[in-house]
Design a binder for this molecule. Structure first.
Ligand code: A3P
Length: 313
């Protein structure tokens, strides 16, 4: 797996991140809230110098929408499509390891954009950023962008467990403390519903494709076929089936110690649809439903997310 060489980087980041004083775990930059464990102001400051390539494979998703999973799917599809032999595959993995590039665009040190120039095409690039904060060259170069969504209730529960698991936020909070911050956007990357509203303006952009966690979970083969077609990956039906197997929750969770080190324990939790039902109280349900209705439900993208199906009992 392409991420294998990055495990040392993840372990180091997690160990150093745990030393950050609670009050400094989040910081504001240009109106957005970021986690100090993985983001640095100096990197965000020069984010716009990132030079996209037209053949970049870009994955965008708010935290906890399944970005590690779909990112791995993209890496596997790219590798299968590239028809690299074993030697070339190893060479590419080694290069990634040597360049030590954090797989999310906005994470890590500010020299990474220079190092990224040395990565062979097609690069798989992930980000949690909303479109207005993404480097402009991604749009200018017309790189293809896959935008991933997940129902906002499961996303919230996943976000709570993750931030608590790795001390990403200021306090070791309870769910009841986390929820008001989630619903008002006082979490890293802000309010999830705002991301949905922003992406709603890109519905007619032929370089942007939308997909949901629930869709990939529901019919992996069909979802991967759609993704492959969008990125012009040349893969067989058999290769698609094998990638669905390789990226199943169980396989990725079992591999997590090798691919993600310590962080894997918090990243691969349950991997199911509907876990929110075990966590949301009646009043939290009502609040989330109201907010979704107010802000997103009537937008075209809001309708595509099938809120009634995934977020109502
Ligand atoms: P849960 O916490 O609900 O289990 P991200 O990668 O964007 O941080 O998202 C993490 C969420 O994706 C977690 O959700 C995680 O378990 C889930 N996930 C990771 N790999 C998965 C896979 N192969 N299949 C399904 N879900 C997966």
């Amino acid at each position: 797996m392409a991420q294998k060489g990055l495990v040392e980087l993840f372990d180091k980041t997690l160990a150093e991140g745990k030393k950050i004083a609670p009050a400094e775990r989040l910081f504001l930059f240009n109106g957005g809230l970021y986690p100090a464990m993985v983001c640095r102001p100096e990197t965000l400051k020069i984010l716009d110098t990132f030079e996209a390539r037209s053949d970049d494979v870009v994955l965008v998703g708010y935290p906890k929408t399944g970005t590690n999973w779909v990112g791995q799917i993209l890496t596997e599809l790219e590798t299968a499509s590239g028809k690299y032999d074993e030697e070339e595959r190893k060479r590419r993995q080694q290069k990634e390891k040597d360049l030590s590039v954090f797989p999310y665009l906005e994470f890590g040190d500010s020299d990474k954009f220079e190092r990224m120039k040395k990565l062979p095409s097609r690069r798989v690039i992930k980000t949690h950023l909303a479109p207005g904060k993404m480097p402009k060259s991604i749009f200018q170069k017309k790189a293809k962008i896959l935008v991933l969504f997940r129902n906002p209730k499961d996303t919230a529960v996943s976000y709570f467990h993750f931030t608590k698991g790795i001390n990403l936020r200021p306090s070791e909070e309870t769910w009841d403390e986390f929820f008001p911050d989630y619903i008002t956007g006082k979490v890293p990357y802000g309010l999830y519903l705002d991301h949905i509203i922003e992406w709603n303006n890109y519905l007619d952009d032929k370089n942007v494709m939308f997909i949901t966690y629930e869709e990939v979970k529901g019919n992996g083969v069909l979802a991967l076929k759609r993704i492959a077609e969008f990125f012009n990956f040349s893969v067989s039906e058999q290769e698609i089936e094998s990638i669905v197997e390789k990226t199943s929750f169980k396989t990725m969770k079992d591999n997590a110690p090798v691919t993600h080190g310590e962080m894997g324990k918090s990243l691969f939790r349950k991997g199911i649809v509907g876990d929110w039902k075990n966590t949301f109280s009646e009043s939290q349900n009502e609040e989330m439903d109201r907010k979704f209705e107010e802000k997103v439900a009537r937008t075209k993208l809001g309708m595509m997310l099938k809120y009634e199906e995934y977020c109502k009992d």
